[in-house]
Design a protein around this ligand. Structure first.
Ligand code: SME
Length: 160
């Protein structure tokens, strides 16, 4: 898939998700819907989901794909690096990333986008893994950041 095709696919997914986000639900159901749509529309997404900050821990939220770590060791790996650096990270080869946490040995590249609440505070991350090296680029970063802005998160609780 070339850059133009990828951008077009993100636009179509964005349009679909925009409609879905207007339907009744809560933050958790909306994030679960985002993970499901992306996972099934993007053939290179091997694991697609969320980790939430909870009492200083990073804990798995809604996701699609193989079983993943429920808790990520603090300040280790790509997800924690995105939180600590407060920015999206694109990792071409996870095996070269210091401290990378391999929840599934088949993952080879990864993108992590910080998830913010309406006050701009980071409350977790969206994480996507691919089985191929070098799957993610600026088009993925822009596409995913735009999709996450569809969800206005005041406070994240199981009932929110
Ligand atoms: N690889 C991530 C851990 C989460 S799994 O990829 C689902 C990391 O290094 O933070």
């Amino acid at each position: 898939m070339n850059t133009k095709q990828k951008a077009g696919r993100y636009q179509r997914i964005y349009d679909q998700l925009k409609g879905l986000m207007e339907k009744p639900g809560n933050t958790m159901s909306k994030l679960a819907t985002i993970a499901a749509v992306l996972h099934h529309k993007m053939d290179y997404f091997f694991w697609t989901g969320f980790y939430f900050l909870d009492g200083g821990e990073l804990i798995a939220g809604p996701y699609q794909g193989p079983v993943a770590c429920q808790l990520l060791e603090k300040n280790k790996g790509v997800c924690w690096a995105a939180i600590n650096q407060q920015k999206s990270l694109v990792v071409a080869n996870v095996h070269e990333f210091p401290g990378h946490i391999a929840c599934d040995s088949r993952s080879n590249s990864e993108i992590v986008i910080p998830l913010r609440n309406t006050d701009g505070m980071i409350i977790g991350v969206m994480d996507v893994d691919s089985k191929e090296l070098n799957s993610f680029d600026e088009t993925d970063r822009e596409g995913l950041e735009k999709i996450l802005k569809l969800v206005q998160i005041k406070q994240l609780t199981i009932n929110s």
